[in-house]
Design a protein around this ligand. Structure first.
Ligand code: ME8
Length: 673
């Protein structure tokens, strides 16, 4: 049996978790269940990040102690994970004495192994307490580039980690482990960030008290990120005795197979963390996977913007209206099916309800009810005999084998939407098979009645396979289908990597069909969710949006307009690569009247760019035209078409775009500055 160790980030315990926070945890829960079903022994760690100045200040505002605040919020997190059926095996609270011991052990070990990796020096600079971000290494006043608030002056002696000495080692690591960071485009950002040179980082604080004391120098506490990252090891029992690696759990599970994180914290995980571990002479995690953000109304869901959806209203409202436990499965299915894992994706209640009704209730739910109903009606509830293998009733067996393979291939790459789509191909195929064969008509037709048993066997066996396949994503529904099929134990006790046709024994007694996903009235459901949202919505407290990517951190502008206007430095502006391009081809994107797909020569290459100009320009008007392209934007998909850059345009008062052009001639590829 192989072991598999997977972690989520540990969550800031300064506010209530929302759907965006739960996204990482749900994805990891799905992976953990899947890996268990592949026969692995899985450790799945999550936790709460309970130190730092923002917690200290948040508690102060509420007139309670930091310990009271984190106790309260820790409970909110664990209650939610329980409600969402998150099956983690390890939970770390960074305020626990065990965790503190581990953090201290790590720094002691580092100093023993690499005597000059940590040194003491005076630090003067500006620091944003909301983002835990060093804004500038000079005492001059500066605003945080992320939230726009004035950064605080810090002038104190700190312990520094000599990150600058790890540039070559990190680059070698990246070369030798081409999957160390996934997806690839994020890995490229990380490499560029490290190639540009690394500065040493301060890893202690003197000005605050709410943290883990530095060993033998208790005037200092650890910087929250050094403290928080160590949770991935402390949760396994690291650092509890003289021999800091002695814990059997630690020996068994470390290093982590995957640290699953959101994209904005990649620098800490793919640069700082491996360097900390290298300096301590400890094995490095095998992979950092950075998923994208859940956007709500096109902006990152975040408390400071108030554009938040919480999980509890969704789950509770759906359960209540369906009169059955369907909410968790619906949320998991929607998040993993609709958002391409790794990219940003929009969250919408309407889209969630559409998926619920069309996929879960209509496709899967109907398949289960009619199959079980017909076995009840025509065979007295007993699963009939299949056809002999040499004369299969249909192509379902072959189709199933292919669907299982594609599903697993997708899952192994964390391409959940692709995997689910492949699995759903089977749902569609079986439904189609029932429409084609019409078992209800066969039952009435003596000439065809003989085929009825094999047809229903094939449908029921497909349903069994689907229950196993979808158990990680739809644990409640899969169990429900399993039980209705009259099967013992649970689909999660089956091996998904050994899933083959024919596991359903003829003679098995099915139970009475019950709807797995009762249909819901979309409008009523949305209204109920919104009403429940209101009940738990709290007054917004300032918590800042974070930076988009490692390459852009720390100076990139936030994705949404912050409350305070942001001024950027010339260096920040220089990061935006704008080039003159020439449009080679142009065509409208199907299914929308706004978008146009362009291929643009930018001097070094021809790029595909999707532009929102189709309402104002005809394709033939733009072909041959010189335009301005933002060339170093992350690729993103618009209506399924990848856009590799952005065309710059001004906006008229009526919202229509005007392409940016030049009066004088300018060569293709010229850079704007
Ligand atoms: O960063 N969409 O904690 P955190 C997708 N304590 N993911 C989102 C999201 C959204 N709208 N909002 C939050 C921290 N997340 C640190 C981690 S680890 C050693 C320390 C994700 O509570 C976010 O990307 O701010 C991250 O992966 C997780 O929630 C915790 O975020």
């Amino acid at each position: 049996m192989s072991r598999y160790y997977l972690t989520t980030p540990i969550y800031y315990a300064n506010s209530r978790p929302h759907v965006g926070s739960a996204y990482t945890t749900i994805a990891c829960d799905v992976i953990a269940r899947y890996k268990r079903m592949c026969g692995d022994e899985v450790a799945y760690l999550t936790g709460t990040d309970e130190h730092g100045v923002n917690i200290e200040r948040a508690a102060e505002k509420l007139g309670i102690t930091p310990a009271e605040l984190v106790d309260r919020n820790h409970r909110i997190f664990t209650d939610l994970w329980k409600r969402l059926g998150i099956d983690y095996t390890h939970f770390v609270r960074t305020t626990s004495p065990e965790h503190a011991r581990a953090v201290q052990a790590l720094v002691r070990r580092t100093r023993k192994r690499s005597s000059d990796a940590i040194y003491k020096a005076k630090y003067e600079g500006r620091y944003c307490i909301h983002d835990n971000l060093y804004v500038s290494d000079s005492p001059e006043p500066a605003d945080c580039p992320l939230c726009g608030r004035p950064a605080e002056l810090i002038s104190e002696e700190n312990y520094f980690f000599r990150l600058s000495a790890f540039q070559d080692k990190l680059l070698a690591l990246y070369r030798e482990h081409p999957d160390f960071v996934q997806p690839d485009f994020r890995f490229n950002e990380v490499k560029s960030f490290v190639e540009a040179g690394l500065k040493d980082v301060s890893i202690s604080r003197k000005s605050i008290t709410w943290g883990i004391p530095w060993p033998d120098d208790p005037e200092h506490v650890f910087y929250v990120w050094y403290d928080a990252l160590t949770s991935y090891m402390s949760g396994l029992g690291y650092g509890q005795s003289e021999d800091d690696e002695a814990s059997p759990e630690f020996r068994k599970f470390w290093p982590a197979d995957v640290h699953m994180i959101g994209k904005e914290i990649i620098r800490f995980h793919a640069v700082y963390w491996p360097a900390f571990l290298m300096a301590a002479g400890l094995p490095l995690p095998r992979q950092i996977f950075a998923h994208g953000w859940l956007l709500f109304e096109q902006q990152k869901m975040s408390k400071s913007k108030g554009n938040i959806a919480y999980c509890e209203p969704i789950v509770n409202a759906l359960d209540e209206l369906a009169g059955a436990k369907v909410g968790n499965d619906a949320l998991r299915y929607y998040l993993l099916r609709d958002v391409v894992f790794g990219q940003d994706g929009n969250f919408g209640r309407d889209a969630l309800l559409t998926r619920y009704n069309s996929d879960l209730a209509n496709d899967l739910g109907n398949l289960a009810s009619r199959t079980i109903h017909m076995i009840g009606r025509y065979f007295g509830g007993v699963v009939p005999e299949p056809t002999p293998r040499e004369q299969p009733e249909s192509d379902l067996e072959v189709f199933t084998a292919e669907a299982v393979l594609s599903f697993r291939r997708g899952f192994d790459e964390f391409a959940f939407s692709r995997a689910i789509e492949a699995g759903w191909g089977l749902v569609t195929r079986v439904n189609q098979y029932l429409v084609e064969t019409e078992p209800w008509a066969m039952a009435e037709d003596p000439a065809r009645r003989g085929r009825l048993g094999p047809v229903l066997y094939a449908a029921a066996e497909s349903l069994r396979v689907l229950a196993v396949l979808f158990a990680p994503v739809l644990p409640v529904a899969a169990q429900n289908i399993w039980r209705q099929l009259g099967l013992a134990r649970s689909p999660e006790s089956e091996r998904i990597d050994q899933l083959t046709w024919g596991g359903l024994k003829p003679g098995t007694r099915v139970s009475k069909p019950e709807p797995v996903f009762p249909r819901l009235d979309k409008k009523e459901a949305i209204e109920r969710i919104e009403a429940m949202e209101e009940e738990i919505r709290q007054p917004t407290t300032p918590a800042a949006p974070k930076t988009e990517s490692a390459a852009a951190a720390p100076a990139a502008a936030p994705t949404a307009a912050p409350a305070v206007p942001v001024r950027i430095s010339i260096d920040d502006f220089a990061k935006v690569e704008m080039r003159v391009g020439e449009v080679k081809t142009a065509e409208r994107v199907a299914g929308t009247d706004k978008l146009m797909r362009l291929t643009v020569d930018i001097g070094t290459e021809v790029r595909q760019v999707v532009a929102g100009i189709a309402k104002s320009y005809e394709p033939e008007q733009v072909v041959g035209r010189k335009v301005v392209i933002v060339a170093n934007l992350e690729p993103r998909k618009l209506r399924g078409v990848e856009s590799n850059g952005m065309v710059v345009a001004a906006t008229r008062p009526d919202g229509s775009p005007v392409l940016c052009t030049f009066v004088e001639d300018v060569p293709v590829g010229a850079r704007l500055k």
